[in-house]
Design a protein around this ligand. Structure first.
Ligand code: DAH
Length: 340
């Protein structure tokens, strides 16, 4: 019998083979495809035939190999699935943990603060980060030589001495007062820039939320009440105090402290043993500031306040280093997953 005839014979055999169990499938595989199997023997014989016959014989051999493989595949599917070896997915099973991204802690705190003020009737306003001197300083009662300008190390745009990166969100107050008639009741979140290269820990960029309330007959007591309500809503702490301070744009000016308590060692550490924490600057809007933006300072009065979001986020989440907020380390950020 020629090699081709032998192969054809084998093909018929394969075709008529009945495989009735996983063991039979395995035995069949070994018989044909094993190291000492039929196909290897045929391959040895194939090597010996004249070159001109190789193409034709090779084709028949491949045909055999394919039908052997098909038989095996068919058999394994049939018997394995009967034994439960092939995992059939349960499409009705509920999906497990869905891996959400996480919100940035500064974003969470920003939204919470804004929503507290929104509930008190404030609306949110926005303004540019690249500003002119007027909105950042002059319009807020900083005279050209005012030493208070030195309180904030300003980034200037090269070649344009009038253009700065805003050093505080108070600049947005001026923009809104210029274009809006009182009553004005707004909060203004945003990024601010200061050239503070004093240490490697210093950051040239951070976030603030500014507030402004202008109407007829607005008093210092109104300010205290609003800030008290905010502190209670955000920190769950009711005791605040206002310490005299100085800002060019408010008169009188104050710093607001919250009584944090002295219950834990951490309380002692963060309040430096006093129990009090400074939260924001505030004050009654200086009449010069109202007048500079075209608001009648005889008729209207108001208060303003400003706070740093990073500082408040550090208190809220017990973060001890500002750099965590900017490094985008997943180990830090993913801790805020559950707070979505
Ligand atoms: N602009 C001040 C700062 O950046 C914060 C501030 C203090 C804002 C008192 C105010 C205010 O509106 O009344 O340090």
């Amino acid at each position: 019998m020629s090699l081709v005839e032998q192969i054809e014979q084998l093909k018929l055999e394969v075709a008529s083979t009945q495989l009735n169990s996983a063991d039979e499938v395995e035995a069949f595989r070994v018989k044909y495809l094993g190291r000492k199997g039929i196909l290897n023997d045929l391959f040895e014989a194939f090597k010996a035939i004249p070159n001109e016959e190789k193409k034709a014989v090779g084709a028949v051999m491949n045909g055999l190999k394919t039908s052997v493989q098909e038989k095996i595949d068919e058999g394994s599917l049939q018997f394995k699935s009967n034994k439960g070896d092939v995992e059939v997915p349960d499409f009705t099973r509920p999906y497990g943990e869905w891996s959400h991204g996480s919100r940035h802690p500064l974003q969470l705190v920003r939204e919470e603060i804004l929503s507290i003020f929104e509930r008190m009737g404030f609306s949110v306003e926005d303004g540019p980060e690249i500003e002119d001197d007027w909105h950042v300083f002059s319009g807020l009662n900083f005279s050209p030589e005012h030493p208070a300008r030195d309180m904030q190390d300003t980034f200037f745009v090269e070649g344009q001495p009038d253009t700065v990166l805003r050093t505080h969100t108070s600049s947005v107050q001026v923009r809104v007062m210029e274009t809006t008639k009182p009553p004005i009741r707004i909060v203004m979140p945003g990024r601010v820039y200061r050239n503070e290269a004093i240490s490697s820990r210093a950051h040239c960029q951070f976030h603030q939320i500014e507030g402004l309330y202008i109407d007829e007959g607005v008093s210092f007591a109104d300010m205290k009440q609003v800030l008290q309500m905010f502190t209670e809503a955000f920190f769950g702490k009711a005791k605040i105090r206002l310490r005299p301070s100085y800002f060019p744009f408010t008169e009188p000016s104050a710093e607001m402290d919250v009584y944090w308590g002295l219950e834990t060692p951490a309380d002692h550490r963060i309040t430096k043993g006093t129990g009090w924490l400074e939260i924001m600057g505030c004050g009654m809007v200086d009449p010069n500031v109202l007048a500079a933006s075209g608001i009648d300072s005889e008729k209207y009065s108001g208060f303003a306040f400003g706070m740093g979001i990073e500082r408040i986020a550090m208190l809220r989440y017990g973060v001890d280093d500002l750099r965590h907020f900017f490094e985008n380390d997943m180990r830090f950020l993913s801790q805020f997953k559950k707070t979505i």
